[in-house]
Write a protein that binds this ligand. Structure first.
Ligand code: CTP
Length: 402
């Protein structure tokens, strides 16, 4: 959820400032663009160069740059940001924020920020418990600032009590959850099947297909970035997932994929069947490698695999949306319509191997979407699979609306 988000990381002068380095690293790793704003005292605790190296942006502390005389615009910063997090927030910075004492760049930026603001207080236990701090925090909470409560534990002073800044991982998780709750698929559970299935012949051979899983994985990442909780049931692929909102279930065969998909479908709101499921599997799997010389094998007896999309289609509840794919070599639209009806899908994404840049293994795709009850399909130009995933989910979202 933090991907491409603009975040101001405000650091005030407390020993917990060392944890801000880890927080910054986490935010950057999650794909956020981070601008660090430090109070002058914070620079006594950590070197700006450490932070600017990690954020790839100069750290802002002063209103004016001493070398160039350049003025740093807190207003522009405030407008740029999708969120501001002050971590650590010392008693002094909290007091200044509560009263609007804009005598440094951090508090001035806070006053200009239109985005949601989070603070992670950190101070000694007596400062934390002081009525002034309690009052200032209540003021900030009343002003809409999100307070990430400090932990109780050992403090830098050697005392034990409440005032330890929350761990960077948890602060990053709070920000992630905040953006997730704002996403267009927030609260939705999405099941996605992806990749090929392998049907074993013997311990070293299988029947499979050329699917790489790229389309399904792109849909999974896109759904997660819109706030959905995603279960990705994946056949064997070389891909990995990046979003922590994706739970990946690895399977090999169509039967295993069916089992995992049925389990996840029970409480799914949306199911997208992008896997290239092998239609047949060997009737028996040889326990030992079939030897060329010794075997008189000239054919393999096959049995039909279960149709996962059709199985889910048959038990679909009201309100569940089921999406299929049809990769065709000819009569793409007619075959797509037939599959839409036969599998009881709500919509089908049709792509034709006749179109250059569409299909397995490519980074691009060219799709048409047919929705149940809609005469005219939606046609899309050739795009990269990330953009195609966004188009597919935009269409799904129109079906979700009552
Ligand atoms: N599908 C599935 N289980 C199968 C076969 C297909 O869930 N055993 C799903 C695919 O994930 C896709 C849709 O059904 O969403 C259509 O897949 P496709 O292979 O095109 O359909 P088939 O029914 O296998 O038709 P054919 O191979 O004859 O074109």
């Amino acid at each position: 959820m933090l991907k491409d988000k603009h975040i101001i990381l405000g650091i005030s002068g407390g020993i917990a400032a060392y944890k801000s380095v880890v927080l910054l690293r986490q935010l950057v790793k999650a794909g956020a663009e981070v601008q660090v704003v430090m109070t002058p005292n914070a620079r006594e605790f950590i070197q700006p160069v450490t932070l600017s190296s990690l954020s790839q942006k100069p750290v802002v502390t002063e209103f004016f740059s001493a070398n160039t005389g350049e003025w740093h615009s807190h207003v522009a910063l405030g407008e740029w940001a999708d969120a501001m997090i002050v971590a650590p927030a010392t008693a002094s910075t909290i007091a200044k924020m509560a009263c609007g004492v804009a005598d440094n760049m951090l508090v001035t930026t806070y006053l200009s920020a239109r985005c949601p603001v989070f603070i992670a207080p950190a101070m000694d236990l007596d400062m934390m418990a002081h009525p002034t701090t309690t009052r200032n925090l209540a003021t900030l909470a009343g002003d809409g600032v999100h307070i990430i409560e400090p932990e109780t534990g050992e403090l830098a002073s050697g005392l034990t009590g409440r005032g330890r800044m929350e761990e960077p991982e948890k602060i990053a998780a709070v920000l992630d959850a905040f953006f997730a709750a704002e996403g267009s698929l927030a609260g939705k559970k999405v099941l996605i099947t992806a990749g090929p299935t392998y049907e074993r012949i013997d311990p070293v051979r299988f029947i499979g297909n050329f699917s790489t899983g790229k389309m399904g994985y792109a849909i999974a990442e896109e759904a997660a970035s819109r706030g959905a909780d995603v279960t990705l049931v994946s056949g064997p692929t070389a891909l990995s997932v990046t979003s922590p909102r994706i739970r990946r279930v690895d399977v090999e065969s169509a039967r295993q994929m069916l089992e995992a998909a049925e389990t996840a479908f029970a409480d799914a709101d949306i199911a997208i069947m992008s896997a290239a499921v092998a239609d047949y599997a060997p009737r028996v799997v040889a326990e030992k490698k079939i030897k060329r010389e010794k075997s008189d094998l000239d054919s393999i007896e096959l049995v039909k695999n279960p149709d996962i999309a059709a199985t889910l289609g048959a038990r679909k509840r009201d309100g569940q949306i089921l999406v299929g794919f049809a990769l065709e070599t000819d009569h793409a639209m007619a075959n797509g319509r037939e599959k839409l009806a036969r599998k009881n899908l709500d919509m089908i994404v049709v792509n034709s191997l006749a179109d250059k840049g569409a299909g397995f293994g490519t980074d691009t795709n060219k799709i048409s979407i047919i929705a149940a009850g809609h005469e005219t399909p939606a046609e899309y130009p050739l795009k990269d699979k990330k953009a195609v995933a966004a188009d597919i989910l935009d269409y799904v979202e129109t079906l979700c609306r009552p």
